[in-house]
Ligand binder design. Structure first.
Ligand SMILES: Cc1cc2nc3c(=O)[nH]c(=O)nc-3n(C[C@H](O)[C@H](O)[C@H](O)COP(=O)(O)OP(=O)(O)OC[C@H]3O[C@@H](n4cnc5c(N)ncnc54)[C@H](O)[C@@H]3O)c2cc1C
Length: 393
């Protein structure tokens, strides 16, 4: 059996749902295929930045987002403790939220469906379908069924089978972080702060990465860490054991469960987090890459949900515009959008990641950040930049 659509979206995470929601508004025939049965979990820190909140608001989900646990500040331990507020940016919220991905992703997928997209769950995509010229014209499911479309959006995450089958290698060669997290109860008050621990050491080396403690509300906390693979010994790190060691550095009075117990209840999960555009240009004839499949995560922080939403919304809009006007052979409009929004910052981010992969540089970097005078200058510049002109999706 073969079905045909205007737009086939592989993956119903935040990037796929945002793309589907955006494209379905135009009346296009859109299908979202996801291998999971929702609600499903996704290893994540569950933190929504102010920018992520703003995209959810634009998608008409302000009320739902308002009910999530609210966070008003970031507390950094470098190891000196200091605080950051969310920058005030025109038209943007001055706060973030936390929410389990089980809840967020189910909400987004439902939202795409309400906008008119067809959603098919438990539908695993194994590869793209190509025409004789090598253009992507659909996908093939594990069942053997072909789902054809004028264009395909690959939103199938960090381990994208579509990208793998197309042998996409970025000329930019962005980076991946390995990130691991667990959710647990802590004997402490609920908090409105995203806590970031910058000092993360392995065999005496400062890692390019950080640990986090994010409040989920109701006494629950998402605790995890991530490090970038520009560090030469990253493969020697046992991420689970490393998370256990990080838990030991947190206040003993929180009575956090030992890592062995967390492992038993299966709440410890690691995942890859691609950053800095690992597929560029972000399209090939017939297909556009979004979210983790594109490596859209922000190099400075690894924040990926806002970038998944942003790239998804942009791809949904650009795909329909290109199909309406020129056809599926050229999605340069999408590349231009992504380049204008993040090109410069991501180029700088890739360069920084490379540099911070050298332990002497990372060691010097953390000492600088821990210096109050340097930090004040850096923060002033960052806040000034945040007040500057904003791009929309
Ligand atoms: C441990 C960890 C912590 C993180 N913490 C944060 C955080 O606090 N805040 C933040 O902003 N970002 C965070 N991120 C990044 C964020 O989780 C990702 O950037 C985001 O999930 C990307 O969304 P996506 O839709 O592109 O991909 P995903 O959320 O991975 O969704 C991909 C979807 O595709 C489906 N899929 C996969 N393969 C197939 C297939 N073959 N066929 C059909 N469907 C398929 C999956 O089932 C899934 O539903 C974190 C990442 C990690 C690993």
């Amino acid at each position: 059996m073969t079905q045909s659509y205007d737009l086939v979206i592989a993956g119903g995470g935040p990037s796929g749902s945002a793309a589907a929601w955006q494209a379905a508004q135009t009346g296009a025939r859109v299908v979202v295929l996801d291998k999971a049965e929702f609600p499903r979990d996704k290893p994540c820190g569950d933190g929504l930045t102010a920018r992520a909140v703003s995209y959810l608001q634009k998608m008409g989900l302000a009320e739902e987002v308002g009910a999530f646990h609210r966070v008003n500040r970031v507390t950094v331990f470098s190891p000196t403790r200091w605080e950051l507020s969310f920058p005030r940016r025109p038209g943007m919220p001055d706060h973030g939220h936390t929410v389990s991905r089980t809840e967020l992703d189910a909400l987004l997928l439902k939202h795409a469906e309400s906008a008119g997209a067809e959603v098919r769950q438990s539908c695993e995509v194994v590869r793209p379908e190509l025409d004789e010229c090598g253009r992507v014209v659909g996908v093939v499911l594990k069942s053997g069924e072909k789902v054809l479309g004028d264009a395909v959006i690959a939103a199938d995450g960090a381990y994208s089978p579509i990208k793998r089958a197309l042998k996409i290698d970025s000329q930019y060669n962005g980076y991946s972080a390995i990130a691991i997290r667990s959710e647990m109860h802590a004997d402490r008050e609920d908090s409105d702060s995203l806590d970031i621990h910058l000092q993360l050491r392995f065999r005496g080396d400062q890692l390019p990465g950080y640990g986090w403690v994010f409040p989920m509300g109701g006494g629950r906390f998402n605790i995890g860490l991530g490090y970038v693979n520009s560090y030469k010994n990253w493969q020697s790190i046992n991420a689970t054991q490393f998370l256990g060691e990080f838990l030991h550095t947190l206040p003993a009075e929180w009575n956090l469960p030992p890592i062995e117990e967390l492992k038993k209840n299966r709440s410890v999960r690691a995942w890859r987090l691609p950053m800095g555009f690992t597929a560029w240009p972000p399209w090939r004839p017939g297909v556009l890459f979004v979210g983790d499949c594109l490596g859209a995560g922000k190099p400075a922080s690894g924040a990926g949900i806002s970038k998944a939403l942003e790239s998804g919304l942009a791809a949904g809009e650009c795909a329909i515009a290109a199909l309406t006007n020129g056809g599926p052979d050229d999605f340069t409009n999408y590349a231009q959008r992504m380049e204008a929004a993040w090109g410069r910052e991501y180029r700088r981010g890739r360069w920084f990641h490379k540099l911070l992969g050298y332990p002497p540089v990372a060691n010097a970097g953390i000492r600088l950040i821990d210096n109050a005078a340097f930090r004040d200058r850096m923060l002033k510049a960052l806040y000034k930049k945040a007040q500057g002109p904003q791009h929309t999706y």
